[in-house]
Ligand binder design. Structure first.
Ligand code: ADE
Length: 248
């Protein structure tokens, strides 16, 4: 899968792209990440890409010509034209099911805004998919683009060691609920013990306990996720796990 990022601040991505899982996925040729500096499409000798808004008002607006010409040019860099995504607080909210849809595309082009946003004709002419990562305002789309890359890349085959672990993440199509608590050694620390059931070796019991934990944790923290049938974490057969252990 290929990500193209269009930004006024390409350096923001260098640490992110250079580190850890993303670096490994790039080295294994599972992913390609290419940044494009929007200023390279400026027609101005000072490489300005913004201007004052018509009608007055605070802030600056990113001009239409550099954006449209940049996107047209980078689309031609690869056989796949790519799905164009504009990161904006006004977009559709990013959720795990949407991340799963995005992971099906062979190429995503992520357009990051700054200042007071883009000239409306960017949207009218390019018709991007507009995405928001949440109901708060960032200084620009760069952090949101990293969130998109981080969440999508985990679903690309061969990127994580164990693919199943991403498919069954909280909020995924497979598992709409929150995950059960996890433990590792030591068995006992400062009076806090690992639940007995996890030491039992009885996998059916362990699954039932995890299902129950997940269900009750979701109900108490995120009742909004426990919706209609098929859209909610599975109700456990019994609530044994709940009786045995408090939910964290
Ligand atoms: N740009 C500024 N705020 C944003 C948000 N919440 N999501 C996506 N892009 C943004």
């Amino acid at each position: 899968m290929r990500f193209d990022i269009v930004t006024l601040f390409p350096e923001i991505f260098s640490g992110f792209v250079g580190e850890s899982l993303l670096r490994k996925a790039i080295d294994k040729r599972r992913l390609e990440v290419v940044t494009h500096d929007l200023r390279n499409w400026s027609k101005d000798k000072h490489q300005k890409v913004d201007d004052r808004p018509y009608g007055g008002g605070p802030g600056m607006v990113i001009k239409v010509e550099p954006v449209v010409e940049c996107i047209e040019e980078i689309r031609r860099l690869h056989a796949e034209p790519g799905e164009l995504i504009l990161l904006t607080p006004q977009g559709e909210r990013l959720t795990q099911p949407l991340v799963e849809q995005l992971a099906e595309f062979p190429r995503l082009i992520l357009l990051c805004g700054r200042y007071e946003g883009f000239d409306q004709r960017v949207v009218d002419l390019l018709q991007p998919r507009e995405l928001s990562i949440g109901d708060y305002v960032l200084n620009g789309g760069e952090v949101a683009a990293m969130v998109v890359i981080d969440t999508v890349m985990r679903l690309i085959p061969g990127v994580l060691g164990d693919e199943q672990s991403a498919r069954s993440d909280s909020f995924s199509q497979e598992n709409r609920g929150l995950e059960a608590a996890q433990y590792t050694r030591p068995r006992s620390y400062r009076g806090c013990d690992v639940p007995e059931v996890l030491l039992s070796g009885d996998h059916a019991e362990i699954d039932a306990w995890r299902q129950s934990q997940s269900y009750h944790k979701t109900l108490s923290r995120r009742a909004d996720l426990v919706g209609s049938e098929g859209d909610s974490p599975r109700r456990p057969e019994t609530n044994e796990g709940e009786k045995r252990e408090p939910v964290n």
